[in-house]
Design a protein around this ligand. Structure first.
Ligand SMILES: C[S@@+](CC[C@H](N)C(=O)[O-])C[C@H]1O[C@@H](n2cnc3c(N)ncnc32)[C@H](O)[C@@H]1O
Length: 311
């Protein structure tokens, strides 16, 4: 059975909706194909070249073009690699390394990671901040926040405070953070490559539920951002109402502006019209990544700035 047939049989409504987005055999094949293993070297614990040299003795490493510390690696079970147990490397999907790269956090800054668990991006942000400054890493799900804390400990992250609020809580800290990452809860279509249940369980009402949460969170995230600061909005899903629609909503409601993202990554066309709605041309600056573009998870990333001077 082809991937297309498998998707159509497993969830006909899913197939019908997303064949309007892209309908190539490649798209369906990569949507369900198991992911390549990738790692991020944790430079908080050891220099990049030392870890790469040591791993290369045993494994084949292929650099990920858009992240200096990222590599595809030919290993079946990372848990058996000692460097993983020691926190020298972290298993992180290749496209999920893009949002912190786009955020560009600097040592000494104040950063909000509004939906942080299990913490792969918080660790990457701390790495770019060289453990200086402060990250507020928030996640309201206590069980997930516990995993976040364990991962931050393992990675040697020292500049982070963990909170367990609804992300909208941070709206009260108006104009406070130098940078905000909103890696939003979403319908996780990108993760079908890891767990088929995201395809089996997909329902349109779930997408709409997430869109409403995302709109609430993006407004709070933007409010908490300092003038001159950067907000990165990301999801691991392809539905336009969780991506272009949410960022378009922010653009309409506030003075937010989008900035182009220049990275060596292949992307799909942004969606500027969907179900009778027309989105701002500005959305052309966002990255829409389909699984067949780079053989990764699907991702959507927008770089948003608040007008004003950086202090
Ligand atoms: C895509 S995951 C985050 C992944 C994480 N950034 C990482 O890279 O490891 C989205 C997270 O949003 C959290 N979440 C759900 N509802 C939320 C809310 N109202 N405010 C903030 N976070 C929320 C979920 O618990 C989940 O951990």
């Amino acid at each position: 059975m082809s991937a297309r047939e498998m998707v159509r049989e497993t969830n006909p409504k899913f197939y019908e909706r997303y064949s309007k987005l892209e309908d190539t055999d490649e798209f369906w094949e990569f949507l369900v194909k198991p992911l390549r293993q990738s790692i991020r070297v944790n430079t908080l614990k050891a220099p990049l070249d030392v870890v790469v040299e040591r791993l290369s003795e045993e494994f084949e490493l292929e650099p990920i073009p858009w992240v200096r510390e990222g590599f595809f690696i030919n290993v079946d079970n990372l848990a058996k690699v000692p460097e993983h147990g020691l926190g020298l490397i972290f298993g992180q999907e290749a496209s999920s390394m893009i949002p912190p790269v786009v955020l560009e956090p600097k040592p000494g800054e104040l950063v909000l990671d509004m939906a942080a668990a299990p913490g792969s991006k918080t660790g990457q942000i701390a790495q770019y901040m060289e453990n200086r400054g402060c990250i507020i890493a928030n996640d309201p799900k206590i069980s997930r926040a516990n995993v976040l804390i364990a991962n931050l400990n393992k990675m040697g992250v020292l500049n982070t405070r963990v909170t367990t609020k609804d992300g909208a809580y941070f709206a009260r800290f108006e104009n406070t953070f130098d940078r905000v990452l909103l890696d939003a809860p979403c319908s996780s279509i990108g993760m079908i490559r890891k767990r088929l249940r995201f395809l089996e369980e997909w329902r349109l009402r779930g997408v709409i539920k997430y869109m409403n949460i995302q709109k609430r969170l993006i407004l709070a995230a933007y409010r908490a951002l300092k003038p001159g600061g950067t907000l990165v909005y990301s999801t691991c899903t392809i539905d336009p109402v969780e991506n272009e629609e949410v960022v378009d909503y922010l653009l309409r409601k506030t003075d937010a502006m989008l900035e182009p993202i220049k990275l060596p990554v292949k992307t799909s066309e942004p969606v500027l019209e969907w179900e009778g709605r027309v989105y701002s041309e500005e959305l052309k600056k966002a990255l829409r990544i389909h699984p067949n573009d780079n053989d990764t998870e699907a991702f959507f990333i927008a770089k948003i700035v608040k007008p004003g001077d950086v202090e």
